[in-house]
Design a protein around this ligand. Sequence first.
Ligand code: M6R
Length: 609
Amino acid sequence: MCGIVGYIGTVSAKGLLVEGLKRLEYRGYDSAGIAVMGDKGIDIERAVGRVANLEGKLEGRKGFGGSLGIAHTRWATHGAVTETNCHPHTDNAGKICLVHNGIIENYAAIRTWLGKRGHTFNSETDTEALACLVAELYDGDLEAAGNAALKEVTGAYAIAVISTEEPDVLVCARKGGPLMVGVGSGEYVVASDPSAIVAHTNRAFALDDYNVVRLTRDSIRTSTIHNKDVTPKVMMLEAQLEEIELGGFDHYMQKEIFEQPRALRTTLRGRIDRDEGRIVLGGLLNNAKELVRARKLIMTGQGTALHAGMIGEYLFEDFAKIPTEVEYASEFRYRNPIVEEGTVVCAISQSGETADTLAALDEAKDKGALALGIVNSVGSTISRSTDAGVYLRVGPEIGVASTKAFTGQVAVLTMMSLFLGRRRLMSVEKCKQMIGELEGVPDKIELVLQQADQIKAVTEKHIEKENWLFMGRGVNYPTALEGALKLKEISYIHAEGMPAAEMKHGPIALITDGLPAVFIANQGAQYTKVLANIAEVRARGGHVIAVATEGDAEIKDHADDILWVPEIAEPLSPLLTVVPLQLMAYYAALLRGHDVDKPRNLAKSVTVE
Ligand code: M6R
């Protein structure tokens, strides 16, 4: 999605803003622009495509020497991907200059109103209307004009705005879209994502909805758009610079797949009491009683996070014996769901900023549910909107295809289900056994990763095939969905995931000679059933790639290719079986020559609905 960077301080803003935009590239965008306050007005440059294109255009340009500026990466919503539609946008006089994330829903009415007052528009964007509205309402105070304008708009926004009339002031505000302020000494870096801040300072605070911050080089004022003072809660950003750099890998996705063992060790650290057979989750303790008495759990999220939630459904019902449902946040929010007493809603989100997930959480809270969060991004909107929750602690995830966040989410869901299970019906012996299995996962993932070359070779065999099927049963049905999602989003190969038994009800018609059919066929309660499904595919010429348990001699007679995973208790098996699928997707994208970390049309964090 769109990204914002702003700077006010003592050094030249240009380099810092461009570097910030590069740090935001992973979020997905199609054009970029920058505005720097100069002695004779605001210097502006825009470019379609990569930030490198913008950088190229800036090389030959005069100006851009100022130490106050704003910059933006755009992911088109209103109007095509053109330089004219690219942010920053100004009013007709060039007095107000603004960047914006989100969607101004009533922009057409605002444009009409402004048109009657003599404003004209160069672009098709909602943002230009907002810049003109601020200009129209400007009466010597940028913050006041911003507040007045924001009171008129409906929709979601995060904005940064500057004015030639106040060349030492940067004003930023948010409702819906994330925005953080990094606090340096004599300087502030504003960004929609902490990754653009950590190179400069670790001290930062997040703006809440309807909050505005007015920054000068030596002052800061945070208030609501209704002019009530707000005291910002400054926190330490945990991400270190090395965590958001490639560090010897070719792509972030590759790095994040390979760092899963280390990331999961951090997820588990300090949360397991092996001797007592207990899970210690500080973020749930205050609500433990309510959770133990819960009558129903609802897991919600989107994409990969939803798949993790589907695995959570199996875990909570198996370990904690709590009836559990899973639902796309985008459906839940508009369905008028029945939330009875004792309902706990658990929002799962890597970024903590997904608009649909946040809205579903708000809907559940309004209806009286206890709100839990399973979030990676510390201090994100969802993490601040819940009653209780557990952080993933897997470190920043930059690759658009979610990998280590998925295994982190499943590990946290496993711990949460054991946490509740032990407080309900689960025996200490069973809990100890599962804890032992969970602790063994990082080492076992390392063994899977050692087969990367073999996984690449199997992928290469089928790289020309345009349709793939992914199938699994039980707790590995969501793994099949996740495998299909990974493949399609970065290699653009059409892939469908399904419960293996569902194939006979329609998708079997797709099986043609050589169609790659990936089966999660690890040892488990439904192993023989999976073998039967495999036979049905092979009988129709499909090429079976099985993810199987090491030491399984039988599978060799059933599959054309086998990707091995170590033995593990079945409920925890997705933590291993997903890893070969992540690697297959990575290699497929690579072999097809795609930009793995910046897949077409996709954004890392979907902050509009
Ligand atoms: O940040 P979130 O976990 O809330 O994101 C949810 C989905 O947008 C995300 O998982 C998406 O499906 C990924 N591209 C999958 O790899």
